[in-house]
Design a protein around this ligand. Sequence first.
Ligand SMILES: [Zn+2]
Length: 460
Amino acid sequence: MERVRKGLIAITGTTGVGKSQLAIELARALNGEVINADAMQVYRGYDIITNKVSKSEMLGVPHHLLGTIEPYREYTVHEFEQDAIAKITEIHSRGRIPILVGGTNYYIQSTMFRKALISNHARNAADSALACDPRLHAFEEQNAGKTNQELWEELKQADPTMAEKWHANNRRRVLRSLEVLHTSGKRHSEWIRESNQAREQEETLRFSTLLFWLYADTPTLNQRLDSRVDKMVERGMFDEIAEFKSQLTSSDKANPSHGDFSSGLMQAIGLREFSGYLAATDSAERDQLKAKGIDDMKASTRRYSKRQISWIRNKLLPECKSTLHKSTRAHAFVLDATDLDLWNTNVRDKAIDIAKRFDSDQPLPEPMSLSETAKSLLADIKSSPNSALAWERHLCAVCSKSAEESVDGIAREVWLNGDREYQQHLRSRQHKKNIKYRKRVAEPGHPLNKASKRANTSSE
Ligand SMILES: [Zn+2]
């Protein structure tokens, strides 16, 4: 009987780190199929400039959404999202595992996460319902004679949580919180707490996801990116550009763009950089623009890879982290692809091992334990601020355990949703037990006491 699979493996990272290769290796090891999530590679043809993986490199692994869209067509994120989800469902129904691979951030993000943020509505609904209330303006006028301090004292009595949040001089905010209570009969903090709870419990992920961030350090990567552009030129990139130009200017009915350099595949890095070259008629000028185009392409590829990294660190990973206390989670791992000679040990074998555990519901290793690179890149990643307001969600530092502290070697964070749950937790037997445990660990000489370890070595 075929296994039911519901998970998703996603591979992201900058251009030129070997994402396609890893996807194929994982697909072969886990009976998977690849879904392309690169905005240029969805387009048909122009395989050199879009840097598509070749048929022979695919080694028989099925690839989806790769080279299926006409080059002049505008393919929206929404279309991609729908197509990708349909493919994932289809691959699951074959009892195989889908592997989403690409560096286009909005493709990855919209496939992994639902966009509809219900609680944003809830939050706004509370606000807009009140904003329409004519009593609001009356309320402001009624209080015109009161000082900032007086208003704040009033708020402190009625809704201390909000009073703590606003400075007394922030008259507008203080008034607003008082208004909410006055007009709705419910404290402002209560409104916020409710909508946050809705957001907290909301499942933002579509699928249980294993995310690999394939990373190479910047100097190495930049060199690799430059030589990649040179190789593309050698492999005949300019033939593709010439072909693109003739297609672009032909009055073909299949080409509704009619020389529009801003739509479809034309947005791709490479083609955009050669728009001057494509438009030039003078041959000396063309040669000059060709050289400039190559330089521009190298520069914009580097810039693009920088943006990709900052998006992964600032948006994707925090968003993944904010799922870890929910029932559908995104587990993110960094794989170090800096040294290509070590690819098999640093990238392939580690990825296959983690993916097999993920696929069979076995415990996963602690992401930061994978390598020094992983440790430094993941150390300061925080939960997405959009999905959890700090004053509403609590991490219990006493009960959370690092990988080396826990019995089974897996790090666990203990999150409590809302003040009430947190207060209850603080009174629980488990928490009190952990307080005693922390005290023991803090004693000098305890094997897990890092401070005393350091102190010992420094005094030697
Ligand atoms: Zn605790």
